[in-house]
Design a binder for this molecule. Structure first.
Ligand SMILES: Cc1cc2nc3c(=O)[nH]c(=O)nc-3n(C[C@H](O)[C@H](O)[C@H](O)COP(=O)(O)OP(=O)(O)OC[C@H]3O[C@@H](n4cnc5c(N)ncnc54)[C@H](O)[C@@H]3O)c2cc1C
Length: 379
């Protein structure tokens, strides 16, 4: 067993870290304040190939392995979790759905643009009445001739206003429960598609979640993904990949908390010495570092299982569940180490603390991850 990254993976980490520190880090606090979607840096991420890492080369992507992808998400999120989220929804939900379940025509039409970041992807599953219980969604798609008419609404949709490609889940057979859900590609700018105001959230504040409304949105039948009734299966299986992205995001947030804590504790002096000299601080640093390393290994293990075509549902849930708890704990310690200053917006750890919390909620709450893990074991 070899725990070493390849040379290419190390190089990738260095180049993404350099990019994130130069381009993303300096704007992150301001965007956190204004909630303005960081369209310019997302474009740059596209130019760097970061939005199409999991898309095969034949469709214009990088064709990279999932471990490399997790490294990149971690490095982007270390600078800013909102950018990590935008990248993760686009890359590990939207692109793989079109790649794995789309027709060849859909792949050729959308993936090259998505891979370059020319189109931003959004994943529209959650509704006001259907969160964890996604099967109870109420958006409907009614077939009329050669197209479907979509009516309903979605909430919390990341990159909603900026997206050109939406994967939308709607009921084509409302009587059939989860077997009546189908997945569609809906293009941004379609008539009848509208948005609410950007949601004013605790963290990941510039990742652009909005309510999305569908009023008689006409979707050509060739934009159905898979067959009618495949939607729920598509949503659940894509969330397995998504959870690797969110696990990596959590590791990035936690690593940033550790880096800031090491730096601050060696500079800040009390009782005539740096606070890093106190055992209480050293133990927090040791605990953070150990748990972050464990979380990172769980994320890599899930990514490796995805790359080697093994089932990775349980591994992805373990990685997301553990890494998100570690992010919450590490950012809590980071604020503690910064004392009162950590409670102000002058220090990055204040933002990290707020950003960390969401990793325990989206793409399946911690409770859902425990259900997935236990149901894999208790067969
Ligand atoms: C910043 C942000 C970005 C998001 N981005 C997207 C996106 O791009 N696309 C999208 O479709 N959605 C998105 N979401 C939605 C997100 O995935 C949901 O919020 C999440 O799935 C939880 O659903 P809910 O909020 O309705 O909570 P609920 O389902 O109402 O859950 C409330 C609580 O009850 C618990 N619970 C529910 N059912 C059970 C059960 N059976 N057993 C035990 N406990 C249970 C939950 O774990 C939770 O603690 C986003 C949300 C946020 C906040």
């Amino acid at each position: 067993m070899d725990f070493k990254l390849t040379e290419a993976q190390e190089l990738l980490r260095n180049s993404v870290r350099e990019f994130a520190e130069k381009e993303i880090e300096p704007i992150a606090a301001e965007h956190d304040k204004t909630m303005e979607y960081p369209i310019e840096t997302v474009k740059k991420m596209g130019e760097m190939g970061l939005m199409g890492m999991l898309v095969p080369k034949e469709y214009g992507g990088g064709g990279t392995d999932t471990v490399s992808y997790a490294i990149a998400i971690e490095e982007i999120s270390r600078a800013d979790a909102s950018h990590g989220l935008i990248m993760s929804v686009h890359s590990s939900l939207v692109c793989p759905i079109i790649l794995n379940y789309g027709t060849e025509e859909q792949r050729k039409r959308y993936l090259p643009h998505l891979a370059k970041g020319e189109y931003i992807g959004a994943f529209a599953l959650t509704e006001r009445g259907a969160g964890t219980d996604a099967a109870s969604l109420q958006t409907v798609a009614v077939k009329e001739g050669d197209h479907y008419l979509l009516n309903g609404s979605k909430i919390f949709i990341t990159s909603a206003k900026e997206a050109k490609v939406f994967i939308v889940f709607a009921k084509t057979d409302p009587e059939a429960g989860h077997k009546g859900i189908s997945a569609f590609i809906v293009e941004g700018g379609s008539e009848g598609l509208s948005f609410g105001e950007v949601l004013d959230k605790m963290g990941v504040r510039c990742s652009g979640q909005r309510e999305v409304f569908f009023k008689d949105v006409s979707v050509p039948e060739e934009n159905l993904i898979g067959k009618e009734g495949d939607g729920y299966k598509i949503a659940l299986s894509s969330l397995d990949s998504g959870r690797i992205g969110i696990g990596a995001q959590a590791v990035g947030i936690a690593q940033a908390a550790l880096d800031e804590s090491i730096k601050y504790s060696m500079e800040r002096e009390q009782f005539g010495r740096p606070i890093a000299k106190f055992q209480a601080i050293q133990w927090m640093i040791a605990e953070m570092a150990t748990k972050i390393e464990a979380a990172r290994l769980l994320v890599y293990r899930a990514a490796y299982a995805r790359d080697t075509q093994k089932r990775f549902s349980m591994e992805a849930s373990m990685a997301k569940y553990f890494a998100s708890e570690v992010a919450r704990e590490a950012t809590n310690y980071a604020v503690q180490i910064h004392g009162g200053y950590g409670y102000t917006k002058d220090y990055k750890v204040e933002r990290l603390y707020r950003d960390a919390k969401i990793t325990e909620i989206y793409e399946g709450t911690t409770e859902v991850q425990k259900m997935v893990i236990s149901s894999s074991l208790l067969r």
